[in-house]
Write a protein that binds this ligand. Structure first.
Ligand code: NAD
Ligand code: LMR
Length: 340
């Protein structure tokens, strides 16, 4: 076992996703069975008791890998020496709130948290943003951590969308989720995202498109199912969960966040995955936007790198561009606030 613990900070440690994350992280599900973990939970004063209660439960689990837990409402304490920061706590949208109000409220959270990361994080820090609107919150945090932390250390979660797409295909094709590779989520973690199966394949060597055509009676039927069922279902799955469950996804979001960090740190296990990363102009996405793209990690400390050169047909490109346009509009709205 490595002797020096890795500091992992969860913001919103008193909330639902925080609760679903911390026990799995402490059990070694995220960084592996050999890396001890020091957990820091950041909350606002109203959330402190819930986070403190969760910390008591962590103690009661006596996880061998968990060296200590600290609960705080001070970002400089929470991010001191952090190597893995998971920014979950965010301002939810409430009745009567416009999208601009939501962006402004979250800028007031992710700006100071990014600045605190810039001030006190470890040299190897990597940050994943889960709290919505995740892509633009990551953009704000990255801008606020500059110049102390390179922007490419920041990412936002679209692994949940990726997993949702795999889950839908597995059901439609009656195969195991583990038999499906190389789905891509392009764009924003929002209803404009483009879940793309055009490069996806099955363990038996068939392309997902061929398998869908075989199952549904032809290429046109496969295209119609993708357009009318699959894409809207995946893109609006968050809203479906809210409607059915009565609140937004928790365990699946925490699972996706763990897989995002695990693959970034230890390497992608099977082919590529999807993550919202800082664009360097990849696929025509304006530089600096935090956009979901096909990525791979070698687990060598360099984090996710974008897989280049995948083709998108005209309709796919149109969908992707619409989602990028939404990201541009979000960036422009926070730019107008003077935040980035
Ligand atoms: P929750 O309301 O249960 O918990 C959020 C917690 O964050 C609360 O305890 C709150 O006190 C805390 N918080 C608020 N502001 C904070 C701040 N400035 N610093 C520290 N903590 C703060 O919500 P949840 O279900 O855990 O969801 C959290 C976020 O994750 C939401 O924004 C949700 O929309 C988002 N989400 C994202 C995805 C994704 O795939 N990217 C999926 C599901 C949910
Ligand atoms: C999800 O995709 O489940 C969430 O982002 C939905 C939400 O608005 O919290």
């Amino acid at each position: 076992m490595a002797s020096e613990p890795t500091t992992v900070t969860i913001t919103g440690g008193g909330g639902q996703i925080g609760y679903a994350l911390m026990f799995r992280i402490a059990a070694g599900d995220m960084l592996g069975p050999d890396r001890p973990v020091r957990l820091r939970l950041l909350e606002i004063p109203q959330g402190m008791r819930a986070a403190e209660g969760a910390a008591l439960e962590l103690q009661d689990c006596a996880f061998p890998l968990l060296t200590d837990v600290e609960v705080t409402d001070d970002p400089l304490t929470a991010f001191n020496g952090v190597s893995v920061a998971m920014l979950v706590g965010a301002r939810p949208r409430t009745a009567g709130m416009e999208r601009g109000d939501l962006l402004a409220a979250n800028a007031g959270i992710f700006g100071p948290q990014g600045a605190a990361i810039g001030a006190v994080a470890a040299d190897d820090v990597r940050v994943v943003v889960v709290g919505n609107p995740a892509n633009t919150n990551a953009l704000i945090a990255a801008a606020s951590a500059a110049p102390h932390v390179p922007a490419d250390r920041f990412s936002a979660l679209t692994r949940l969308d990726h997993n949702r797409a795999v889950g839908q295909l597995a059901e439609a094709l009656e195969v195991a989720p583990g038999d499906i590779a190389d789905v891509v989520i392009w764009g924003n973690h929002s209803a404009t995202q483009f879940p793309d199966v055009s490069h996806a394949g099955l363990a038996d060597g068939r392309s997902v498109l061929d398998a869908l055509a075989e199952r549904l009676g032809g290429r046109d039927q496969a295209t119609a199912w993708l357009d009318d069922v699959f894409i809207p279902r995946v893109a609006k799955r968050g809203a479906e969960i809210i409607e059915v469950r009565g609140s937004s996804s928790v365990a699946s979001a925490a699972n996706a966040a763990i897989e995002h960090v695990r693959d970034e740190q230890l390497g992608t296990r099977r082919g590529r995955t999807s993550a919202a990363v800082v664009s360097r102009g990849d696929y025509g996405v304006p530089e600096g936007l935090v956009c979901s793209l096909p990525v791979v990690s070698r687990g060598d400390g360099e984090g996710y790198r974008v897989i280049e050169g995948l083709d998108l047909d005209a309709r796919g490109r149109q969908r992707f561009e619409a989602s990028v346009a939404e990201l541009v509009a979000e960036r422009d709205a926070v730019r107008a606030l003077g935040v980035v």
